[in-house]
Design a protein around this ligand. Sequence first.
Ligand code: C5P
Length: 246
Amino acid sequence: MTRSTAGERIMVALDLEAREALDVARSLVGIVRWAKVGMTLFYREGPDIVRRLADLGFEVFVDLKIHDIPHQVELAAAGLARLGAGMMTVHAAGGSAMVDAAVSGVRRGASESGVSPPAVVAVTVLTSIDDSSLAAIGVERPVTEQVPLLARVARAGGADGVVCSPHEAARMRGLFGEAGYVVCPGIRPAGSEADDQARVATPHAALLAGASHLVIGRPITAAASPASAAMRIIDEIEGAKTWQES
Ligand code: C5P
């Protein structure tokens, strides 16, 4: 993988206050292609944060993990497309009709505003959920079976891919094929802190397993120099083999 391809695969999770998020983002222009806006930043700062990051030149991953009736989801997805988001998330547990509504929504919103539609990626089972939490909500299947089941629901609804831990990346790649988005959080460069992430992998291991994009938050945003931290990660994966090359 070349240096610029490495930067295109990194999504920096800006789980920060707006001012700090924008400062970190400015320092990463030209190094990292994607900025991820989660609920914390979006609900606090509003849609304008998406426009501001897009204006800096980032592809913006709006990670709101939407889950509602299809009508509501379609309109919400159209709104995110109009804002210029490059990727958005829905919960696969909302069913294939809901995922399909998100896909229709982004297409409509994008065509109305003359932009490309954001990719729709589905969350299967949150990494905070284990077998006993699934059982408590009446799902007797273990996580290892529930994840592929929900990924198939997402695929049936026309999702472009999934968000999953690096440990499920190979299986998800098998389901979504060569062009699918396999977006992996829980990435920790060699020798860094795991923080509250339980199922972690290095950037290189995740790419080798099938990840197309790596969501990286604190190893970049909490570093004394986020730009240097991002460049160290790029150094680590530059020249590394991906699942396509292995
Ligand atoms: O700081 P860190 O690298 O752990 O940030 C990971 C990001 O990925 C956070 O924004 C978190 O919300 C998100 N995420 C995750 N696990 C998931 C889905 C998203 O950690 N299953």
